[in-house]
Design a protein around this ligand. Structure first.
Ligand SMILES: [Zn+2]
Length: 274
């Protein structure tokens, strides 16, 4: 082997090593990027159907009984992305009562809820039983959640829903001082199982349709116990939306109202167009 041959061999070995190094750098970089997006999405995604793609830009701009889909306890990487996918594909606005601790852990999901036109509302920091809290603890639960949501979205929440729907005088005093609604409840008169009890998609379509009357606030979840249900249960959402539309319903969001809502256990809130 001549000196020149050896030099050529060394050069091609160097070239090979550089190419190998490049491949390693690229694959490490893409696996890091993959990890980052996996933190936001840890569950199924919804693929729009042909029916979804044929929807007019504003399917809600028509008269008809109006309901509000409300999602509590989120956000969660397991359920929130799918629910947002469905709402975007179906052009349905919704109201999300978010927990402060989950919002702090997943600000990108809170931002997505806000950016996609839904209402961001307060569901306390870590879902406590308010009757057991001191007035000071109640204040921290509500205020701290307002602060993290305001920091992420730039909008101060005006709606609060008590965890378990359980109010307390201490909590009510904080809400009055902050000028927030006095605890948004929901309509639940059928005694059918809720989504957190994992009854499956068929039962949940039945629950949503049964509870739906004009001005009803429908209680649903995008975190909490519902995360443990079989993922196929999520199919209730696109099916229930299509079925409600077929029955002439439109979809609104929850807004503060001075008039107690008879349909929703006296909540000082109404279902309004977005
Ligand atoms: Zn809750």
């Amino acid at each position: 082997m001549s000196f020149d041959d050896r030099r050529r061999n060394v050069r091609s070995l160097l070239f090979f090593l550089l190419a190998l190094l490049g491949t390693v750098v690229i694959s490490v970089a893409s696996s890091v990027a993959g990890t980052a997006s996996d933190e936001t999405v840890a569950g199924p995604r919804y693929v729009p159907t042909a029916l979804d793609q044929a929807l007019p830009p504003s399917p809600e701009a028509r008269p008809g009984p109006r309901v509000a889909l409300t999602f509590d306890d989120g956000p969660s990487p397991q359920l929130t992305p799918y629910i947002l996918d469905v709402l975007a594909a179906k052009r349905v606005p919704a109201t999300f009562f978010l927990q402060g601790d989950h919002s702090e852990a997943h600000p990108e999901l809170v931002r997505r809820v806000h950016d996609e036109g839904h209402v961001v509302a307060n569901h306390a920091w870590e879902h406590p039983w308010f009757p057991d809290l001191t007035p000071e603890e109640a204040e921290v639960e509500i205020q701290r959640t307002n602060e993290v949501l305001t920091e992420i979205t730039g909008v101060r929440p005006t709606l609060f829903r008590y965890p378990f729907g359980q109010p307390s005088p201490g909590g009510d005093a904080v809400l009055a001082r902050l000028g927030m609604s006095n605890g948004v409840h929901w309509k639940w008169t059928s005694n059918k199982p809720g989504d957190f009890q994992c009854p499956g998609a068929d039962a949940l379509v039945d629950y949503v349709l049964t509870e739906s009357v004009d001005q009803a606030m429908i209680l649903l979840h995008d975190s909490g116990d519902t995360v443990g249900c079989p993922p196929a249960q999520l199919e209730y959402l696109p099916r229930a939306i299509d079925a409600l539309r077929a029955r002439g319903f439109t979809f609104g969001v929850v807004a503060p109202s001075p008039t107690p809502s008879a349909v929703n256990s006296g909540s000082r809130a109404a279902v309004v167009p977005r």
